[in-house]
Design a protein around this ligand. Structure first.
Ligand code: HEC
Length: 160
């Protein structure tokens, strides 16, 4: 047998062996893929409903100069925005979500400075930005406003 054909046979042998491994790997990847696509992740509307609650609580925390609670609420909104970018990539509207970052940052800065005036103007701009994005994504009928009353009666917004 010529050395070259010998090498060729060895190569085929290795290729066959490997292809079984590759097949096994593919099967595992397929089953993991299926598990992932069946696993639950919240939709954009669910994240927005959460943001709505934190947006309302944020106002009453800030109005009461309860800066620790305000800090908590603004970070809940920031986390939800990050999660939207991670989990809702199938929604084209998510491309516009970045427009909210600057207004969240300025409310956050007012909270750090414990500045009630900057907080109120930042909150108004934040609320306008919610609506700008709703308009930009054909959800303009979903109008967000500065809330009149705390969203829940079972939570204290004043510092205890
Ligand atoms: C991407 C830009 C974008 C930004 C920024 C944004 N939204 Fe939304 N919002 C949407 C889209 C798109 C929907 C529709 C989601 C759906 O299809 O269920 C929505 C829906 C909502 C809903 C309706 C949820 C429901 O089921 O009733 C509320 C409430 C809401 N947003 C609140 C807010 C608030 C409050 C802010 C600002 C703090 C905000 N949104 C910022 C895009 C945005």
């Amino acid at each position: 047998m010529r050395p070259l054909s010998f090498l060729f046979i060895i190569f085929i042998f290795m290729a066959c062996n490997e292809s079984q491994e590759v097949k096994n790997l593919k099967l595992r990847v397929d089953s993991l893929d299926q598990k992932l696509s069946n696993s639950y992740s919240p939709g954009l509307g669910e994240f927005m409903s959460g943001i709505q609650v934190h947006h309302a609580k944020l106002l009453f925390a800030g109005k009461n100069e309860n800066w620790k609670l305000a800090d908590f609420e603004i970070h809940e909104i920031m986390e939800a925005v990050e999660d939207i970018q991670k989990y809702n990539t199938d929604r084209p509207e998510v491309k516009s979500i970045g427009m909210i970052t600057a207004s969240l940052d300025s409310v956050n800065a007012a909270i750090i400075k414990k500045d009630p005036v900057a907080f109120r103007s930042g909150f108004n701009i934040l609320t306008n930005t919610c609506n700008s994005c709703h308009q930009a994504t054909d959800h303009g009928y979903n109008v967000i406003k500065v809330p009149d009353n705390p969203p829940y009666t079972n939570q204290e917004f004043k510092i205890q």
